[in-house]
Design a protein around this ligand. Structure first.
Ligand code: FAD
Ligand code: N01
Length: 555
């Protein structure tokens, strides 16, 4: 915990336990929140479980970890000085550089002094008597705040399957999402990796270069596009910086918050030769831009099949062993409906002598043993096992906190059948508790930096509105929440996404309700809706003065 006190702060060395806002999390969401809340003159404290800022990029230090949004776009836009002065070294940034950027932001805006690191928020209870939240940390600190903002991340609770014999394994285990800071040296080791999602696909080529032998346990193959990363060129950097504000504004008006040069025609509206030419061109450009080759890949089965066929053929051409090639060629779900992966030499890695692919789709991993694991009746021995098995996404981290709203109702109880929110921002029965990129918001389906900035701006505007109008609390109406939940679901079922057993559907966590977690209507439409709601005096929200039971409108 920092003991530094800035001259501009009214805090003494002892931080106050009564504040205006408590922010949970110091990733990109929490950092920007703190900056904005300070500017509004609000007393704010931030709590972060990690030892420093950065969130995702603090925890996910696995070899090969890299962003799939271009560096020039995966960064804050709120400060022209910041975006002009920061220099990215590569087209797609690696985890160390993104973490450095988060640390730079914390320094530049003097944020650390209001953040308590290595501190978990464990309890947040709403007190209906005074309209305040009572918050507790794992260090036993008790606090009171008018507002609580959960900036806890969508992919921040790691998931290790409940394998039989998990504790009996004598070797080292690692999860990609909680990687040792000192790194791991796999030289001369027999390594097993479980999972072939985005994290594994990035880690496998790097681990394979170091390990004596790497065995990859694949349950579902994934579609992956080459990243084609490279050094940032001064010309490319300048092409953005010369008119950054305009490009950022344009990106906000796209469906996914990225300027990806969407080819706004159906894949079925062009000839076979033209389709192949366009897919080929996108494959060469690399990255997730492939999914913008045509405008209907996420919604039209025939178009999607063409894209999936193209990628499968590429995989078959790269992988020498025909059995492995067929196992790796993703099928059974539309391309993009599990998060599209990007890679550097992933499929090529299976041509190495020291890499074995084991299909566990039909014969699951039965158990971990003292030496390794057993599947399909065969024992595998390892010095280390890497769990690249993902996260309890979007709801897991929130539900780990003992959150109670009106009448002592827990968030877990409210969300028993799946998360219910209005705009992914707030929950009926939980006044003044905001979520950044919560379930029901576009978040994980977008360039998260764009979504984070939009949410933080909306939340801080909302708080300012309440204060300017002498109001104490805001809370969604039940009807508005119901309508939003229905809308989120309806829009999802207009797409091919629900066909996949993905974490978007909660399908990776046993017992988790199966429903589409993020909002797929697009960040452009979503922003318009949020702006409309605010402009109409926060339509769909009850705005109240504590002690006055009637909701009031400030208009
Ligand atoms: P996070 O970065 O997850 O930060 C949340 C913080 O809250 C964490 O540090 C956590 O420790 C803390 N926290 C949670 N609960 C508590 C508690 N109870 N008490 C105290 N602290 C708590 N997005 C993209 O747009 N493009 C990408 O290419 C991309 N790549 C990714 C790669 C990986 C490996 C992962 C896991 C995610 C990736 N994402 C990507 C999504 C990424 O999570 C977001 O881009 C962004 O970093 C999220 O920032 P955040 O601050 O909202 O959440
Ligand atoms: O996790 P995942 P992740 N037995 O859930 C397998 C972001 N991200 O950490 O598909 C065997 O995608 C599971 O198999 P299946 C991005 O949003 C971004 O890789 O369920 N296997 C799957 O293969 C991403 O989507 C980037 O059949 C088991 C894997 O584990 C999200 O984070 C990079 C199993 C989990 O894959 C999560 O990605 C990294 C079992 N019992 C992450 N249980 C970039 O932007 C699970 N699996 C580049």
């Amino acid at each position: 915990m920092s003991s530094q006190v800035s001259s501009s702060s009214s805090y003494s060395n002892v931080k106050p336990s009564v504040v205006d806002v408590i922010v949970v999390g110091a990733g990109f969401s929490g950092l920007y929140l703190l900056h904005k809340l300070r500017a509004l003159g609000l007393r704010t404290r931030v709590f972060e479980a990690a030892g420093d800022v950065g969130g995702t990029w603090y925890w996910n230090r696995y070899p090969g970890a890299r962003c799939d949004v271009e560096s020039m776009q995966y960064s804050y836009s709120f400060s022209e000085e910041l975006q002009q002065e920061w220099k990215w070294s590569e087209r797609f940034s690696g985890q160390p550089e993104i973490l450095e950027y988060a640390q730079h932001v914390a320094e530049r805006f003097d944020l650390r002094r209001d953040i308590d690191f290595d501190t978990l928020v464990t309890v947040a209870h709403f007190d209906e008597g005074n309209g305040q939240w009572r918050v507790e940390t794992n260090h036993g600190e008790h606090l009171t705040a008018q507002f609580v903002v959960m900036a806890t991340g969508c992919l921040s609770s790691t998931q290790v399957p409940d394998f039989k014999g998990l504790d009996s394994y004598q070797g080292k285990t690692y999860h990609t999402g909680d990687w040792p800071h000192e790194g791991v040296d796999f030289t001369d080791q027999r390594v097993g990796i479980i999972g072939t999602g985005s994290s594994a696909i990035q880690a496998i080529p790097v681990i394979a270069e170091q390990a004596a032998h790497l065995t990859v346990f694949q349950r579902t193959p994934n579609y992956s596009i080459p990243t084609r990363n490279g050094p940032m060129t001064p010309d490319y950097e300048q092409s953005w910086k010369s008119d950054y504000a305009k490009f950022r504004a344009d990106a906000r008006q796209t469906r996914v918050g990225v300027l990806a040069n969407l080819n706004d025609v159906s894949a079925m509206s062009v000839t076979e030769a033209e389709r192949q030419r366009i897919f080929e061109e996108r494959w060469e450009i690399g990255g997730t831009y492939f999914m913008a080759a045509f405008n209907d890949l996420p919604i039209d089965q025939a178009s999607n099949d063409k894209a999936a066929d193209f990628v499968r053929d590429k995989i078959r051409a790269i992988v020498d062993d025909p059995v492995n090639a067929e196992l790796l060629a993703a099928k059974g779900y539309p391309i993009g409906t599990k998060r599209i992966c990007v890679d550097s030499q992933y499929f090529e890695t299976f041509n190495r002598d020291n890499v074995t692919l084991v299909d566990v789709s039909k014969a699951p991993i039965e158990a971990l043993t003292p030496d390794g694991l057993v599947t399909g009746g065969q024992d595998y021995a390892f010095d280390a096992i890497v769990f690249a098995t993902g996260f309890d996404a979007m709801t897991g981290t929130l539900l780990k906190i003992d959150i109670q709203g009106r009448g002592g109702r827990t968030l877990g109880d409210k969300w028993q059948a799946g998360p219910r929110t209005y705009l992914g921002l707030m929950v009926e029965g939980f006044p003044n508790m905001f979520m950044i990129t919560g379930p029901g918001s576009p978040s994980v389906l977008s360039n998260m930096m764009v979504s984070i900035e939009q949410h933080v701006d909306w939340v801080t505007d909302g708080i300012e509105y309440l204060r300017n109008n002498n109001l104490d609390t805001m809370e969604p109406d039940r009807a508005a929440e119901d309508a939003w939940v229905t809308h989120v679901n309806d829009v999802a079922y207009e797409t091919l996404y629900p066909q996949a057993n993905s974490w978007y559907m909660g399908a990776n966590i046993p017992g988790k309700p199966r429903l589409f977690l993020p909002y797929i209507g697009g960040v452009d439409a979503y922003r318009a809706k949020c702006d409309e709601v605010a402009a109409a005096g926060y339509e769909g929200f009850a705005l109240q003065v504590v002690g006055q039971p009637e909701a009031v409108s400030a208009e």
